[in-house]
Design a protein around this ligand. Structure first.
Ligand SMILES: [Fe+2]
Ligand SMILES: [Fe+2]
Length: 368
């Protein structure tokens, strides 16, 4: 085993060679250390309360799936075996492509346009992969630091869910895309903050409300947009799990936040607000713009102006704002700031659309 320690996340694209079959001895691990003053907690009362957290734990076990066998990987060829797209397929891909009409994109020839489409998918899927790794690390911290028994069991089951998510996105980018982008700065900052903060409940808020909300918004948006049946299928499975994770966070935090002092609550609310700002401003594929030689600031402004991430942001706020309200973090301190962002109206949504127990309990539809 070779481990190479680095000071920060790599900034280069990684290309996969389909011909190479690596053994454990060939793999060179690139690891970045983070330090965290994690306060762990034993729980010495093994009484099991028959509550919503226990029910979620049972659901997690019942709705387990296998990334290797429950996804129809063979429905589409792997990237290195895929035939060149037919002219009608090219037209399908490029008509209505959201960057049409942006001068630097219009200046591309067809091959460059197709490459851009592929890079955009690679960037997004790479962020899913990096985000899932972050979720895996945070969920494992929660198993250790959550103070109550059911929450520990639940966090352990979530840890396994997140491991499957890392597995399934990793396999998808390797087999269907062929290369990955490095983690984007905004996502890395959010993960660093959540993983290294010493307050366990802030990890909970950061992970179960903000990151899971982000994940759900991004996965739903991508599932609506893609016409790849493999990606649709695996996103269906992942979304089912993430909806349980958010529900866990909301149910647990609803009771916990009520025990905090006003100042503590304001600190948590400010953190959630800052995370929303990062999500709005810094989860943008600027590395793709850079790769294609675009002026990054200009392209970012064009993206905002054209509302290219509007669906994602609407889905994000439609989840995060009602959930923050429900757990008591839409405080007087942050309300005006959310108002200024123009997203306070979302508080009137009854609840996050993914917290629907009937939906959560539905058996997995592995054909669809
Ligand atoms: Fe996940
Ligand atoms: Fe999750």
């Amino acid at each position: 085993m070779h481990i190479r320690y680095v000071d920060g996340a790599p900034r280069r694209l990684e290309h996969f060679d389909p011909q190479v079959d690596l053994t454990a001895a060939d793999v060179a691990h690139v690891a970045e250390i983070f330090r965290t003053p994690l306060d762990g907690a034993y729980n010495w009362d093994y009484h099991v309360a028959d509550d919503r957290i226990r029910r979620l734990y049972e659901l997690g076990k019942e709705l387990n799936w296998n990334a290797a066998t429950d996804v129809g990987w063979g429905q589409t060829p792997d990237w290195h075996a895929a035939p060149a797209p037919t002219p009608s397929r090219v037209e399908e891909l490029l008509t209505d492509f959201p960057w049409n009409g942006y001068a630097p994109f219009d200046a591309f020839d067809t091959q460059q346009k197709l490459a851009f489409v592929r890079h955009e998918v690679a960037w997004a899927l790479s962020q899913f992969l990096h985000g899932e790794q972050g979720a895996l690390l945070v969920a494992s911290q929660l198993a250790s630091c959550a103070p109550s028994f059911n929450a520990k069991l639940y966090a352990a089951s979530q840890t396994f869910d997140e491991a499957r998510h890392v597995e399934v996105f990793n396999r998808y980018v390797r087999s269907k895309v062929g290369f990955t982008y490095p983690v984007t700065g905004g996502l890395k900052d959010l993960l660093d903050k959540i993983l290294t903060d010493e307050r366990w409940d802030l990890k909970f808020i950061g992970m179960q409300i903000v990151l899971e909300g982000l994940a759900l918004a991004a996965f739903h948006t991508r599932r609506n947009e893609t016409d790849d049946p493999v990606l649709k299928e695996l996103l269906y499975l992942v979304i089912r799990d993430e909806a349980r994770h958010v529900t866990f966070g909301v149910n647990y935090l609803e009771e916990f936040v009520a025990t905090l002092s006003e100042q503590e609550r304001e600190e948590r609310a400010e953190f959630a607000y800052q995370a929303c700002v990062v999500s709005r401003d810094r989860l943008i594929g600027t590395d793709v713009f850079r790769y294609f030689g675009w002026d990054v600031d200009h392209a970012r402004a064009a993206l905002v102006e054209r509302g290219l991430n509007a669906d994602f942001l609407n889905m994000l706020y439609a989840r995060i704002i009602p959930n923050l309200k429900r757990i008591g973090l839409l405080t007087d301190g942050v309300r005006p700031k959310f108002e200024e962002m123009g997203v306070l109206d979302f508080e009137h949504l009854a609840t996050d659309g993914d917290i629907d127990w009937r939906e959560l309990e539905r058996p997995l539809d592995l054909e669809g």
